[in-house]
Write a protein that binds this ligand. Structure first.
Ligand code: ACO
Length: 430
């Protein structure tokens, strides 16, 4: 059978070029446009990458119209129901779920990399007491390369894996240290008998003054949230990690770039923005007014936690987060924001504007209510997301590093500035 192609005709010159079509295992086939500049002297123009696949990847697949998500072929609902976050880390990083012995070893490896170099504690002292924890996290993660340069040969598979383990293990310790700095308490060392999420709860909320017992409801809720946030293919922060990595930058610098990108309210910062917005709406009586604002084309206001670039259906993660939210509130007591969120969801889902544009709640619509119930402050929400997403970022970086023809990521542009002109002498400039 001949190769599938799509033919592009330049109607200025009448020249045709056949571009080859490559099938994907799932989802849309892709057309290879790399030959366009040579054949037609044209670049493709696609702001926001709405129609552009930047790589081939075997890690995660999401079907936007159907609202399905799979890690390494396993549906997210099954993974969230049957696995722990640490098993998911193994799956994303190594391609397969661990067996009993692999899981024991992997847990051990991650557990024994959780401590930070003692000198890193000084970094936190340099930040103002009220520094945003995402600002601290960007800086501290970037600085890790200064401490762990013994295994920084990006062309050595063993070095890459050790760095991945270090990052996954140390991110919760860094997150907890950011929180402790904000509240003015001493940084707490992780405990090797606790689970990944158990340790995060412990290092955030324990103090040296008394024993602290981790609540299994909190530990389980975080574990589920972390599974749901672990990876999401070529989202903005993962693409940032890949772009940074394509230059040969060290992986700590790449993950710091991912953390910075995640911070924006259109991405990981949405969970913080949702809670602030719910508080701003204040009561069910005000919902209609805010929905009208969201629909007004002249008002920049958007319903945070609604809409997604790829999902044109319910975000499957949102359903699971909502279920977890109910469980957490059953233990920690109801939150008036939950009632407000559910009413807002109801109203928006019945509204023509949202139906037409296929705008549904995304993963972050309910996650903030869970974090709030667990006593995690609003400015830490995106930090929690960053901890969970680290495994996704580093798995993509590792995948990219093993590609045979890996190239530096370097988009082109359509220039819209002034035409060529001469530099006037200073005295003649207006
Ligand atoms: N509230 C109101 N209107 C919206 C919203 C929203 N949350 N999201 C999209 N729209 C409207 C847009 O105004 C636009 O309307 P138009 O066609 O009349 O111009 C249409 O829906 C399409 O929106 P785009 O901005 O073109 O969609 P895009 O795919 O570029 O944006 C995004 C996706 C950024 C997630 C957007 O939906 C948004 O800003 N949502 C709120 C922020 C949010 O929750 N982000 C978290 C995403 S999930 C994550 O990162 C973990």
């Amino acid at each position: 059978m001949s190769e599938a192609t799509v033919t592009v005709t330049d109607n200025r010159t009448g020249k045709n070029v056949a571009l080859s079509i490559k099938d994907s295992v799932y989802g849309e086939a892709v057309v290879d446009i790399a030959g366009l500049p040579k054949e037609l002297g044209l670049f493709s123009y696609d702001p926001g990458f709405v129609a552009t696949a930047s790589c081939t990847s075997a890690i995660t697949f999401l079907d936007g119209p159907k609202g399905e998500l799979m890690y390494r072929g396993y549906p997210i609902e099954q993974l969230a129901g049957k696995c722990s976050y640490i098993e998911i880390c193994h799956l994303l990083l190594n391609g397969e779920l661990p067996n009993t012995e692999q899981l024991r070893k992997f847990k051990h490896t991650i557990t024994y990399h959780t401590m930070l170099n003692e000198s890193l504690r000084n970094f936190f002292n340099g930040f103002n007491y009220d520094a945003h924890p995402m600002a601290m996290m960007c800086g501290v993660v970037g600085s890790l390369a200064a401490f762990y340069h013994d295994k920084l040969d990006i062309h050595d598979a063993e070095h890459r894996m050790i760095t991945a383990h270090r990052l996954i293990a140390k991110m919760p310790t860094i997150a907890a240290a950011c929180y402790k700095h904000n509240v003015g308490q001493p940084i707490i060392y992780p405990r090797n008998d606790l689970s990944y999420c158990g340790n995060l709860v412990y290092t955030m909320f324990a103090t040296p003054c008394e024993d602290y017992e981790v609540d299994p409801v909190a530990e389980e809720a975080l574990d589920i949230l972390f599974i749901l946030h672990a990876d999401h293919e070529q989202n903005a922060s993962t693409s940032t990690v890949r772009l940074a990595g394509s230059t040969g930058a060290n992986p700590y610098a790449c993950i710091a770039a991912g953390v910075a990108c995640l911070w924006g309210p259109a991405h990981g910062g949405a969970n913080e923005a949702v809670l602030k917005q719910l508080a701003q709406i204040g009561s069910v009586a005000n919902i209609d007014r805010y929905v009208a604002k969201a629909k007004d084309r002249n008002d920049p206001f958007r319903l945070m936690g609604f809409g997604h670039r790829v999902y044109r259906n319910f975000d499957p993660r949102a359903r699971l987060v909502k279920e977890t939210c109910h469980k957490v509130l059953a233990k920690y007591g109801n939150d008036p924001l939950m009632e407000l969120a559910m009413r807002l969801e109801d109203i928006a889902l019945k509204d023509e504007f949202f139906i037409e544009r296929k705008l549904y709640p995304n993963v972050d619509f309910y996650s903030g209510i869970i974090y709030k119930a667990l006593g995690i402050p609003v400015n830490m929400f995106t930090v929690m997301f960053a901890v969970a997403r680290t495994v996704g970022w580093i798995s993509h970086w590792m995948e990219m590093m093993t590609e045979p023809n890996q190239k530096i990521g370097r988009p082109r542009q359509s220039y819209s500035g002034p035409q060529k002109r001469d530099v006037p002498p200073l005295v003649e400039r207006k």
